[in-house]
Ligand binder design. Structure first.
Ligand SMILES: [Zn+2]
Length: 446
């Protein structure tokens, strides 16, 4: 359909070089032009790519319709049935498939190994080892149909090199939105995750720490409003950590820089502090009450449940067997409470954004779609609502609604194909047959 021919200026340089005078003038002109655009001889006709014969999902409506998707330059250029194609266009036959936007996971730790149950086992890895692991984890995640992830606690900024490598085409992975190191009060848990924690006590220190993450290239700021479950034995998972003033300091710096804030929070008072500070999402939200959930619904604060962390652990005997006892008892004790809170949050109209905590023990990279399964089967969301958590709701949290979250003209061509209708069986999301990212098919089992 669209045929653009781009002629580079290389030919012009060649003729100038052929001039027997070989003038300094020509060389000067060459270097002047070289500053305008890179020297590449690229004469080509740009062809479109089509996904033909599939059922296209409307996330907002929660329904499918037969249509073809035309992709041009990495974005969706048209969606309609029977669209006219040019003879040279590339056609991918997805007849009988159910097409959805690529899924978005708002809570992962791509740098964390998932086999060991003891977090201390990963503390001594070299940065090179972490980088290789992270690149592989990113690829596995993308192949499972997760075309965008938000990483809320990396490892010595290694994940930023992976993000840049993915964007440069050096390796294959999802679109990455990164927090860098997570900000925390002084705690012994920092010894568990030395590459992940950035300790800051007091509002001014928090401001400086947030600025450091942004300077390193962070896309958001992650703060610890309360203790964690997978933390050191001396850290109380129900303790308040950052004060309201410290949380406000992080939000101030992030929002001033057009970034958002994710707050880890289990304990109720910490959840209230995070909402009152104006964070954009609350991670886990384990001990929320109705008052807190109503405040979140009114403020538009997203809830990122991470049900996978508690569920997938117990499906991996090795992770369970190697987990220190104090962690195992915490992971067992609060699962039912957490599920009830997520169910209630949905009833009260809290916006839920999908997040798995992939990277915790047994919570393997690439199993991310299990979160949608759990939201449906264990927390009572309909299949359509469950899919919304991993598409439109997640895109809104990432401030990417212009680019991600739905199959619409103008958005990134991030598309997954399923052989079964996920509205009939949500587990179909975990059996992806094709993955397209930015218009490029990176997996095709059709
Ligand atoms: Zn986490």
């Amino acid at each position: 359909m669209l045929r653009a021919v781009h002629l580079c200026r290389t030919r012009e340089f060649a003729s100038e070089r052929g001039d027997s005078k070989g003038t300094a003038e020509a060389v000067a002109r060459q270097s002047e032009l070289a500053r305008d655009e890179p020297l590449r001889l690229t004469t080509y006709a740009r062809l479109m790519r089509w996904l033909v014969g599939g059922q296209v999902y409307d996330v907002e409506q929660g329904s499918f319709r037969a249509a073809d998707i035309g992709v041009d330059d990495g974005r969706i250029s048209t969606i309609r049935s029977g669209a006219r194609r040019e003879s040279g266009d590339e056609v991918i036959d997805v007849s009988g498939c159910w097409l959805l936007p690529g899924l978005i996971d708002c809570h992962v730790h791509l740098t964390l190994p998932t086999d060991a149950g003891d977090p201390a086992a990963s503390a001594t890895r070299t940065d090179a080892a972490v980088a290789l692991y992270t690149a592989a984890a990113a690829e596995r995640t993308l192949m499972a149909g997760i075309t965008t992830v938000r990483d809320v606690g990396g490892w010595s900024y290694v994940e930023m090199a992976v993000r840049d490598a993915i964007n440069a085409g050096t390796c294959v992975g999802p679109r990455l939105f990164l927090a860098g190191r997570l900000l925390s009060v002084t705690t012994s848990t920092a010894d568990y995750y030395p590459g992940m924690y950035e300790v800051a006590d007091g509002a001014d220190a928090v401001r400086a720490a947030a600025r450091r993450q942004l300077a390193k290239g962070a896309d958001l700021i992650k703060v610890m409003a309360t203790g964690a479950m997978l933390s050191s034995e001396t850290e109380d998972s129900r303790a308040i950590q950052f004060t309201l003033a410290e949380l406000q300091a992080a939000v101030e710096i992030a929002h001033d820089n057009h970034k958002h804030v994710a707050a880890h929070a289990h304990a109720l008072a910490g959840i209230h502090n995070a909402i009152d500070a104006g964070v954009d999402s609350i991670e886990h939200c384990t001990f929320a009450d109705d008052e807190a959930l109503r405040k979140m619904a009114a403020a538009g604060t997203a809830l990122v449940p991470t049900l996978c962390a508690g569920d997938l652990l117990f499906r991996d005997p090795e992770a369970v067997a190697t987990m220190p006892p104090h962690l195992l008892s915490r992971m067992t004790e609060f699962n039912d409470v957490h599920l009830a809170v997520i169910r209630r949050a949905h009833e009260l109209g809290v916006v839920i954004a999908m997040g798995t905590d992939a990277g915790t023990p047994g919570n393997h990279h690439g199993l991310n779609a299990q979160e949608c399964v759990l939201l449906n089967q264990a927390a009572g969301l309909s299949p359509a609502d469950s899919i919304r958590t991993a598409t439109v709701n997640a895109a809104r949290l990432l401030r990417q609604t212009d680019h991600l979250g739905t199959l619409d003209e103008g958005k990134h061509a991030d598309v997954i194909a399923l052989r079964e209708n996920p509205l009939d069986d949500i587990e179909a999301l975990a059996r992806v047959a094709m993955v397209m990212t930015a218009g490029r098919v990176v997996r095709n089992d059709l």
